[in-house]
Write a protein that binds this ligand. Structure first.
Ligand code: NAD
Ligand code: UD1
Length: 344
């Protein structure tokens, strides 16, 4: 058990990971600039864990913030979640994405090097496989990025591979997430997207609570069992536990960079997810099949064998668990950590 620096720890995946880190006895220090999150998430982490978190409101691309943290704490490892993650926004504002996501990677690695902490877990993404055609996807599939956000993840990995090649003392775990959904089962912690959600589950749940009229289902004529696209949805608590598992086996791993898929290994169609949600909610969720979304792959799911073996980790929660826990959060917090807008 060690003290862990969690960048982006107020965000969706980071906050759930803080809960699991605390539950396994780690001391947690979070740095987050709250550009896409709320300090209320940290309070919720503490409430559901019954333990405290040291929170620093700051930017990971700011070297002096990091130096202050490394001077005050002896970190055993860093988990780097902090990043901007909206694909459309990354196409419209590429410099903001490269500056934030890669600026923070380089600054963090420099600060870690100077402080002598060379154990890192990095939030990568299945986006580094581009739009793959042959599911299941294992870690040997050729890497390719198809938008600026994806390039920041791929370049982040490349920077880390170069660093590990240059200095054998580094141990870096690259976790490639598939489609994280769900929420903490307490209903007190969950995803809180700003504006119109880009992703399926938050959009569906906002329809279910009456914030939006109906779910657009992007494409009903794909060559799949019901015509809708297939993804590997993974419960955010399983994902969070994957990070704790990665820290737990760091000592056993050889030095260098290690990539692992975090997914369930099972693909679900959009309509299967809608049906699972309707079952736990107890009523229909209005949807309409519309045009395909440009750039979408047909069917993507993980081969998580490498993570199952090397991390001794496995996703255990199914689609129903994901929908039940996401609904517990959304139905009790229809506006996430924010307040309902006036007149609503
Ligand atoms: P999120 O936006 O909820 O969390 C990211 C957090 O980082 C936010 O709290 C934000 O305020 C913070 N942040 C961003 N830039 C920062 C900076 N320069 N300094 C300090 N804090 C900063 O997103 P998430 O869904 O929790 O994603 C976490 C990580 O996982 C990201 O790196 C993301 O790219 C990656 N990822 C997410 C998904 C997904 O579907 N959610 C899938 C694959 C990979
Ligand atoms: C998206 C990103 C991917 C990122 C992942 C993280 C794109 C092209 N890809 O993947 O890089 O790693 O999020 O979670 O954005 N859908 C609907 N209606 C909606 C929203 C989505 O039908 O309102 C469908 C999509 O067409 C897709 C599935 O639901 O088939 C999942 O979509 P989404 O949640 O956006 O995730 P991905 O597209 O897999």
């Amino acid at each position: 058990m060690s003290t862990v620096l969690v960048t982006g720890g107020a965000g969706f995946i980071g906050s759930h990971t803080c809960v699991e880190l605390l539950a396994s006895g780690h001391v947690v220090v979070v740095v987050d600039n709250l550009v896409n999150s709320s300090a209320r998430a940290i309070a919720a982490v503490e409430a559901v864990s019954g333990r405290g978190v040291t929170f620093v409101h700051g930017d990971v691309a700011d070297r002096s913030t990091l130096d202050g943290l490394f001077a005050r704490h002896g970190f055993g490892a860093v988990i780097h979640f902090a990043a901007l993650k909206a694909i459309g926004e990354s196409v419209a504002e590429p410099l903001r994405y490269y500056g934030n996501n890669l600026g923070s990677v380089v600054t963090l690695l420099e600060a870690m090097q100077d402080a002598g902490c060379r154990n890192l877990v990095f939030s990568s993404s299945a986006t580094v496989y581009g739009n793959p055609t042959n599911a299941p996807i294992d870690e040997t599939v050729r890497l390719e990025a198809v938008n600026p956000y994806g390039r920041t993840k791929l370049m982040g990995e490349e920077i880390m591979r170069d660093l590990c090649a240059a200095d054998q003392r580094w141990k870096i775990v690259l976790l490639r997430y598939f489609n994280p959904v769900g929420a903490h089962p307490s209903g007190e912690l969950g995803e809180d997207p700003r504006g119109i959600p880009n992703n399926l589950m938050p959009y569906l749940m906002q329809v279910a609570v009456g914030r939006r009229e109906k779910l657009p289902v992007f494409g009903g004529d794909y060559p799949t069992r019901d015509g809708t696209a297939i993804r590997d949805y993974i419960h955010v608590v399983d994902l969070a536990q994957g990070h704790v598992a990665a820290l737990g086996v760091l000592d056993e791993l050889a030095s260098g960079c290690h990539a692992f898929n975090l997914g369930t290994g099972t693909g679900s169609t959009v309509l299967e997810l809608v049906r699972a949600a309707e079952e736990v909610i107890g009523r229909p969720v209005p949807f309409e099949i519309v045009e395909r979304r440009a750039g979408d792959a047909v069917a993507v799911w993980a081969d998580p064998t490498r993570a199952n073996t090397a991390l001794r980790w496995r996703a255990t929660r199914d689609l129903r668990d994901m929908c039940r826990d996401h609904w517990a959060w959304q139905s009790t917090h229809p506006y996430g950590f924010g307040d309902a807008p006036e007149g609503s």
